[in-house]
Design a protein around this ligand. Structure first.
Ligand SMILES: Nc1ncnc2c1ncn2[C@@H]1O[C@H](COP(=O)(O)OP(=O)(O)O)[C@@H](O)[C@H]1O
Ligand SMILES: [Mg+2]
Length: 216
């Protein structure tokens, strides 16, 4: 009986995750963009996660996050998914420690040779505009968890791709994150090493004015 119940709970979680994934990519998500304080969004996510944070003795440090033009609900989901992973994929013998930092950068910073990998893509960019002065928020979320081999860095953003069966999950969280970031004309990448923790880097335009909104 217990097995059936826990299988049913897992199935329910899967259905919920698939639904929220399809909601985010569907046309009826003509979601609102507004001036959004990422600080406020993060605080409310941390409030929602309080029980998980306390029970795992997770320490979360965050610098001030900027205001950007965004959908606050989706920004909340983005933080929640990534912080949830950072805590879930903790090491057995080390309390989770998560660092969230943000800085404002420009298009010139992004394309400067050697500064960042060349494959950062900002698909909605209107070619006619000046890229170099465009402002972006670069948010880094690092954990001290189990990490993974860098060769899987692209795969984990695909739906149902999971690197370990030992941990509970549906493998949809990061696919949702990627979709959310793309909805905002941004990029998300990850760097990781086994046993050495994981760092997600999210780059989001401060303003959507110079980007086309492409909603599938
Ligand atoms: N912070 C992290 N540390 C280590 N591995 C991670 C981290 N975040 C994601 N992963 C890996 O990426 C996979 C996909 O993540 P996700 O889409 O959120 O699915 P889920 O959390 O349901 O497993 C995870 O199963 C895990 O293998
Ligand atoms: Mg997850």
């Amino acid at each position: 009986m217990e097995k059936i119940v826990s299988a049913a709970i897992r199935m329910q979680k899967l259905i919920e995750d698939v639904l929220s994934f399809s909601r985010i990519s569907s046309a009826d998500s003509m979601f609102l963009f507004a001036r959004t304080s990422l600080d406020t969004v993060l605080k409310s996510v941390l409030g929602d996660m309080e029980v998980m944070i306390e029970s795992t003795r997770a320490k979360i440090h965050a610098t001030d996050l900027p205001e950007i033009e965004a959908n606050d609900t989706q920004m909340g989901q983005l933080f929640q998914n990534i912080l949830g992973n950072a805590i879930k994929f903790r090491k057995e013998d080390t309390d989770p420690e998560i660092n969230i930092t943000a800085q404002l950068i420009t298009g010139a910073d992004i394309t400067a040779p050697g500064h960042m990998r060349a494959h950062y893509k900002f698909t909605g960019w209107k070619e006619s505009r000046r890229w170099d002065n465009e402002q972006f928020a670069k948010i880094t979320i690092s954990d001290n968890g189990i990490g993974f081999d860098q060769q899987f860095a692209d795969r984990i953003f695909e739906a149902f791709q999971r690197l370990s069966a030992t941990y509970e999950g549906t493998g949809i969280g990061l696919a949702i994150c990627k979709k959310i970031v793309e909805n905002h004309n941004g990029t998300i990448t990850v760097e990781s090493r086994p046993d050495d923790g994981t760092s997600f880097v999210i780059i989001l335009p401060v303003s959507q004015a110079n980007f086309d909104r492409e909603i599938e």
